[in-house]
Design a protein around this ligand. Structure first.
Ligand SMILES: C[S@@+](CC[C@H](N)C(=O)[O-])C[C@H]1O[C@@H](n2cnc3c(N)ncnc32)[C@H](O)[C@@H]1O
Length: 362
């Protein structure tokens, strides 16, 4: 396996705001818990410090911090708050900061807004400085783009044998690294709330597990494979392309918190669960199932939103030879993907399990 250090698993999400309803639902699902955490924390001097890791460019970055501001303001109307939005350099920072100070933003006296730019697999803020760290729909992206010998699949859920073991090891390594960084950054008594896509055991799968979105990734595989058969996509590139994601089971999420003595000492575990998404867990767009064109359009938009930049840089650009541009290949790919969704309505629906990890710094 090669893991090019200079290539991120995500390079900035495409049309993220338009296509992130599912991500926003996950954030709002946790609003009550965020309020509780802040109320329990009480008054913090010199300021309550909140960091949202992998914040993204859009409304969910506001929704992640709004309940905390609300709860703290309810108790301490004038006490200072510092909000830090943390993401990679390629995030659309201009859009984000237009939102924070816009009509739906939170800008107000005694609220200081800042950013940390880098990777959450490294330390992003000062030691012992964070009262509440959140990370939504982000930590399932691995630290690097991955090239593996994986003919027949483009994602971890359908990997077997050595390739699966290698990617699983990278995922555990990344998660452990993420936790070590947050252990340094949190203040004693501070809380880390991580929530993203999860995986559940499933005897019906040859791997023994059903990860969120399994049918969505299989739809991507089918279209990419057909296009490789027809020469649109370079077969040798496709055979080594795999999305740099891993959706953990609750057991995987808990493992380093018990086996790594530093982490076991640093954190008290409040909650580690994988549950079906409360809304439309079997098809995120089931409300549109009777309108095949709209159902397909929403799925194509969703896939572009989370996967467009990865597909472009890691599959379409390296396949762009013989006069075909990466944009041509992308257009053909999304046209076919829409066709697949329209023809097989419901077959490639996105299932959704939420992994939630809540840790208190000792
Ligand atoms: C699907 S978006 C989620 C955005 C937002 N938290 C939400 O819930 O809608 C994933 C975000 O994670 C960021 N991300 C992925 N890997 C990262 C890393 N290693 N360090 C920091 N941010 C990362 C991406 O840049 C992207 O903005």
């Amino acid at each position: 396996m090669t893991t090019p250090e200079d290539q991120r698993s995500t390079e900035g999400m495409v049309d993220y705001n338009k296509n992130s309803a599912m991500q926003q639902e996950l954030v709002t699902h946790h609003a009550g818990r965020i309020r509780d955490v802040v109320r329990r924390r009480g008054l913090v001097r010199p300021e309550l410090r909140i960091v949202d890791y992998g914040c993204g460019p859009g409304p969910s970055a506001i929704e992640a911090v709004a309940p905390a501001i609300d709860a703290y303001r309810g108790q301490f109307p004038d006490a200072p708050i510092a909000i830090c939005h943390a993401d990679q350099p390629g995030n659309d920072w201009n859009s984000l900061f237009a939102l924070t100070s816009g009509p739906s933003g939170y800008a107000a006296p005694a609220i200081r807004t800042g950013a940390a730019v880098g990777s959450f697999y490294e330390q992003m803020v000062d030691d012992g400085s964070v009262d509440l760290g959140t990370c939504f729909m982000a930590s399932h992206w691995l630290s690097h783009a991955v090239r593996l010998d994986t003919p027949g699949t483009i994602w971890f859920g359908d990997l077997h044998g050595e390739a699966r073991a290698e990617l699983a090891a990278l995922a555990q390594h990344d998660w452990t690294r993420f936790l070590h960084c947050r252990a340094r950054e949190l203040r004693s008594g501070g809380t880390l709330l991580v929530s993203c896509l999860g995986t559940v055991p499933d005897d019906g799968e040859t791997s023994g597990f059903a990860p969120s979105g399994r049918a969505v990734y299989r739809a991507i595989q089918i279209v990419a494979n057909d296009m490789a058969d027809e020469g649109w996509i370079d077969r040798t590139v496709l055979d080594r392309f795999v999305f740099g994601v891993w959706f953990m089971t609750a057991v995987e999420a808990r493992a380093p918190l018990e086996s790594d003595s530093e982490l076991a000492e640093a954190f008290d575990i409040e909650d580690i669960t994988v549950i079906p998404a409360p809304h439309n867990p079997s098809d995120i767009y089931v409300d549109f199932i009777n309108d095949p064109a709209e159902h397909a359009r929403l799925y194509v938009g969703y896939i572009r939103g989370f996967g467009g930049s990865t597909l472009h840089t890691q599959l379409f650009e390296p396949s762009a030879t013989d006069g075909r541009s990466a944009d041509n290949i992308a257009a053909e790919f999304y046209r076919r993907l829409g066709g697949l969704y329209r023809t097989h309505r419901g077959k490639y629906a996105g299932e959704n399990w939420y992994l939630t990890v809540v840790l208190r710094k000792a």
